[in-house]
Design a protein around this ligand. Structure first.
Ligand SMILES: [Zn+2]
Ligand SMILES: [Zn+2]
Length: 152
């Protein structure tokens, strides 16, 4: 991985740069992330907010309230719809990039799978990665609005 690294949306209207090393990489299989990506999971790259720079364009935001009451804001391109990054209101010092938005996504290396209790049957996970359920039975009814990316 080169530092700084860059990324952006599919149409090129939005470009970003990160000047530091990611603090965490992992796959979130929660329903919010499935909807936001339109796919099986969110390949998430947690970085420090102060090392993140928008260098072109301005995203739009979609906000949900997590089960603990804080906002989860997902940035996307209004022109092409690509998801770009997420802000967790409980962790204002960080930003979470969608690995697919990276210019060189091949360095993405997940350290674990989280919210595997809501993983889809067609979601094929690496059995070598640690798995976090993050979903005790008693909380299942809250899962539709659960927050993810509670990075270690
Ligand atoms: Zn775009
Ligand atoms: Zn998630």
């Amino acid at each position: 991985m080169d530092i700084p690294f860059t990324g952006g949306c599919a149409c090129g209207a939005i470009r970003y740069k990160c000047t530091g090393t990611p603090r965490y990489m992992g796959n979130c299989h929660c329903r919010d992330c499935q909807r936001a990506t339109g796919s099986a999971y969110f390949a998430a790259v947690l970085i420090r907010a102060e090392e993140f720079f928008l260098i072109k364009g301005k995203p739009n935001w979609f906000e949900t309230i997590a089960d603990k009451g804080h906002p989860m804001r997902r940035a996307f391109c209004t022109s092409c719809g690509s998801p770009l990054f997420l802000e967790n209101g409980a962790r204002p010092g960080g930003k979470v990039l969608y690995a697919g938005s990276l210019d060189n996504p091949e360095w993405y290396k997940p350290s674990r799978d989280i919210y595997v209790s809501s993983a889809q049957p067609w979601d094929i996970m690496d059995p070598a990665l640690p798995k976090d359920e993050l979903m005790p039975e008693r909380l299942k009814h809250e899962h539709q609005k659960s927050s993810c990316i509670q990075a270690p």
